[in-house]
Design a protein around this ligand. Structure first.
Ligand code: DWN
Length: 398
């Protein structure tokens, strides 16, 4: 049974950066109600009414995974590790973005699946790319084209984005070789709770998985979770290792430990979710009050990183351009645009990170280390970063 535990209110699509803020553009902006529920039977956490993926993954998709050095290094490292551990001959990635993962392999042994045509265009020049949604139809097509029997299917920050888990996992089961492995990475629910990072909930994150929920879900489709790894990427993610039901892999001790930890954290109890919801409400009030207090003192506040996560924060906490002067982001196709729902201008960091800035809200809090290193000068000169993770506070140079 699905029980709603969190209401993040009226939200725009996290990726719907506006090219201008003319009346007509604003009138056409799409909004939906972001409510999150917990399934008391399989422990799955999901958005109650997901948005149609055709509205989300268009040829205007803004996020480029390769924008961050942290992520480029992380994908290089995992590709080496997977090659060594599983020695796959055929590799497929679901949600290949700009090719950040697959470009680390022999181009002839890889297949990319990426529904956003602007991104697929980038990797088509490098290796075989299907600019399609991952579903049963595509898996059948691959079998017909003799591209089945894949040894390694990898998918980072994508499976959690696909509403239809039945088609997703049945399609994967269809084309995975008998001893093949499915590796998926997605934000970790326990980390969301520990960090109070409610901004991991937005239209694209239809699910926020835990080991206990993934274990229950994949079982239904002839698959078996056998290992999990905790990652620091994206503020705390899990990398799940899954094989066919009768595959040779044994359940790892770290998976047993992770599941035990989730149970002792009571991720299988609705009460945990209701408590989280209260903490989120409090975080909203604290952030809003802090920003208003600083504004009253005439401080200039900007935001760092036009992340999808900050779409949730800005819209939920009602932050607009009266509070946040502008947002800086390194992504070229976000610059010059406006944030979804709250219409704050996005500019380059070169233009925006200057001496007039007193505080920068960490929209990209998951890249705190990388950003602090880059912005040493700002901190040295007395600038402060504001974060809501794990609690609302100002971070300054000591
Ligand atoms: O699942 C998803 C995750 C993995 O990526 C998506 N559905 C979409 C996207 O979400 P996000 O926007 O919250 O992701 P990031 O990776 O936290 O976005 C960071 C943003 O900050 C990028 O637009 C790049 C920008 N940035 C910057 O301006 N200066 C990043 C760094 C490190 C910087 O120094």
């Amino acid at each position: 049974m699905n029980k709603v535990f969190l209401n993040l209110g009226r939200q725009p699509l996290a990726n719907s950066f506006l090219k201008d803020i003319k009346k007509k553009t604003i009138r056409n902006e799409f909004f939906y109600n972001l409510k999150i529920c917990f399934n008391t039977k399989n422990y799955l956490v999901s958005i109650i009414n997901p948005v149609n993926p055709k509205k989300q993954y268009t040829d205007k998709y803004a996020h480029r995974a390769s924008e961050s050095k942290t992520m480029r290094l992380a994908f290089k490292k995992i590709s080496k590790k997977l090659l060594k551990r599983f020695r796959p001959k055929k590799i497929m990635e679901i949600g290949s973005n700009d090719g950040i993962f697959l470009k680390n392999f022999n181009k002839k042994s890889v297949i990319a699946v990426e529904p956003c045509k602007n991104l697929a265009r980038i990797t088509k020049k490098l290796f075989k790319t299907y600019d399609k949604f991952w579903n049963l139809k595509l898996s059948n097509r691959l079998i017909k084209e003799k591209k089945g029997e894949i040894d390694l299917i990898f998918s980072a920050n994508t499976i959690s984005h696909i509403p239809n888990l039945k088609e997703t996992f049945t399609g994967i089961h269809n084309i995975l070789s008998e001893e093949g492995v499915l590796v998926i990475e997605d934000p970790s629910l326990i980390k969301v709770f520990e960090n109070n990072s409610y901004d991991q909930f937005y239209d694209e994150h239809v699910y926020v998985f835990s080991s206990i929920s993934i274990n229950n879900i994949v079982k239904k489709f002839g698959l078996r979770l056998f290992d999990v790894e905790h990652l620091t990427t994206h503020g705390g993610s899990n990398r799940y290792y899954i094989c066919k039901e009768k595959g040779k892999y044994k359940k790892s001790s770290r998976l047993k430990k992770a599941m035990k930890k989730e149970i002792s954290y009571k991720l299988h109890k609705i009460e945990t979710y209701l408590k989280f919801s209260k903490r989120v409400n409090l975080s909203k009030k604290k952030l809003y009050d802090l920003l208003i207090r600083l504004k009253e003192k005439d401080k200039k506040i900007i935001s760092y990183g036009a992340t999808y996560k900050s779409t949730t924060v800005f819209n939920y906490c009602k932050l607009n351009s009266k509070i946040i002067d502008y947002v800086t982001d390194t992504t070229l196709n976000k610059q010059g645009k406006y944030t979804p729902g709250t219409h704050i201008k996005i500019i380059s960091p070169e233009q925006g990170m200057n001496d007039s800035v007193d505080f920068a809200f960490l929209g990209a809090w998951n890249f705190k280390k990388e950003i602090f290193k880059k912005e040493r000068r700002f901190l040295k000169k007395g600038g402060g970063f504001i974060t809501h993770v794990p609690q609302v506070k100002i971070i300054k140079n000591k």
